[in-house]
Design a protein around this ligand. Structure first.
Ligand SMILES: [Zn+2]
Length: 160
C-alpha cells in the first residue's frame, strides 16, 4: 500500500535528495578530462556533444529533484524495487521496499536511485530501463545512452 513517509524515512530521503542534487552539480561542472573517462568506461564515445548533452541532462535532473516536494514522495512496502515514477508526472516519486536498505553512497545508493528515477521523467530525458547494474555493459551504445541505470552510474562515479 502506498503511504506517506515516516519522519525517519523523510530524514533519509531529504539527505539523499540533497546529496543527489550535489552530485548533479558535480557532473554539470565537470571537466571533459573527468567526465570523458567515466563515459568511456560505459562503452560510449566521449564526444564533446555527448558530454555537453549529459551535463544538460544532469542540470535538468537537479532542477527536477529540487522541485520535488518531499511530502509528495511516498513509500510502497509491497513494491519489490528501489523506486518508481510516472514519466509524465515529475511531482510524485514512490519508493519501494528496497530503498531504505540501499547503500547511503556509492553504487545503488539512495542518492543514485533518486537520480535514476528523475531521469525517467520526460521533462528530464524519459530514459527507459534496458538493463540494471553490471548488465548495462552488454547494451548497445544507443540503449546504453537511454538507460536510467547508465545515468545513475555516471552520478555515482562522482560520489567519492
Ligand atoms: Zn528505472
Amino acid at each position: 500500500m502506498r503511504q506517506d513517509l515516516t519522519i525517519g524515512q523523510k530524514v533519509v530521503v531529504r539527505r539523499a535528495k540533497a546529496r543527489a542534487m550535489a552530485l548533479c552539480q558535480l557532473v554539470v561542472q565537470s571537466k571533459d578530462e573527468e567526465l570523458g573517462p567515466i563515459v568511456q568506461s560505459l562503452n560510449l564515445r566521449p564526444a564533446t556533444s555527448r558530454l555537453n548533452g549529459l551535463r544538460s541532462e544532469f542540470e535538468r535532473i537537479g532542477t527536477a529533484l529540487s522541485n520535488l516536494n518531499i511530502n509528495h514522495v511516498q513509500y510502497d512496502d509491497q513494491e519489490k524495487c528501489f523506486a518508481y515514477v510516472y514519466p509524465t508526472d515529475p511531482t510524485v516519486m514512490v519508493l519501494g521496499n528496497q530503498y531504505f536498505t540501499a547503500e547511503r553512497n556509492g553504487v545503488d545508493s539512495v542518492p543514485g536511485v533518486l537520480i535514476h528515477e528523475a531521469s525517467h521523467w520526460q521533462i528530464v530525458r524519459g530514459t527507459d530501463d534496458h538493463a540494471y547494474g553490471d548488465d548495462i555493459y552488454t547494451l548497445s551504445s544507443t540503449l546504453m545512452r537511454n538507460n536510467a541505470d547508465t545515468i545513475e552510474r555516471i552520478a555515482e562515479a562522482f560520489d567519492k
